[in-house]
Design a protein around this ligand. Structure first.
Ligand code: CA
Length: 215
């Protein structure tokens, strides 16, 4: 619990960064954590097709890498704000509460017309650099419409998967760990041959997300 609270300290405030206008659409997002270890707070953005948070098979940005290694959200938030300023189509940016082991969290996001894509990322606390999320998921079109999807976990390719207590946040290590320089790929989950017991891992899918348009 101690290290989980420390991870929360890295987070920015749990609110959207821009006010809601009359034309905005509002969505309720529920993230169910299927793992037996926690997920850190969730960085999210609504955006148009020119913006991206990450792309499987490509190198992670520094913001995604630091989120995946230590649950740090501030760098990824700055990257999204930079895309916003460069008119890349980033609309709303915010943070959702990260659900604990086998728990769920619910938060609301908004998008203005022309920004129907939703991206989010969260770190699997019991890992070196595993994160879960989606890039450019299309939000429900109609009020009352719901979309549900099972979520895979990805290795950010930024830290070697030692599963050692010297390197992973859930066992008390922050800001350390041997670096690697690889593209984002599917996670191997928890192998269980280091200090993280396999029982703190997950199956094929680490989470499930349900998004409902409420306005
Ligand atoms: Ca790795």
């Amino acid at each position: 619990m101690k290290c989980y609270l420390l991870l929360l300290c890295f987070s920015v405030s749990l609110v959207s960064l821009s006010p809601i206008s009359a034309a905005d659409r509002v969505y309720e997002v529920r993230v169910v954590n299927r793992a037996r270890s926690g997920l850190t707070n969730i960085m999210w953005a609504t955006h148009g097709p020119r913006a991206r948070m990450y792309r499987r098979g490509k190198k992670a940005s520094r913001g995604v890498a630091e989120l995946a290694k230590d649950g740090i959200l501030s760098i990824l938030r700055r990257e999204l704000v930079a895309q916003q300023k460069k008119a890349k189509g980033v609309d709303s940016i915010g943070v959702g509460f990260g659900p604990g082991p086998k728990r769920q969290s619910t938060f609301r996001v908004r998008s203005s017309p022309g920004h129907r894509l939703f991206s989010w990322s969260t770190m699997a606390v019991c890992s070196n650099d595993t994160f879960a999320g989606q890039d450019s998921f299309r939000l429900p079109r109609y009020v009352g419409q719901t979309k549900t999807k099972l979520i895979l976990a990805y290795d950010a390719g930024a830290e070697v998967n030692t599963e050692s207590r010297d390197d992973v946040p859930c066992l008390g290590a922050h800001g350390v760990g041997p670096e690697e320089d690889k593209p984002i790929r599917l996670s191997d989950a928890v192998r269980g041959d280091g200090d993280i017991p396999k029982s703190r891992g997950w199956g094929k899918y680490i989470a499930r997300i349900t998004i409902t348009r409420v306005r």
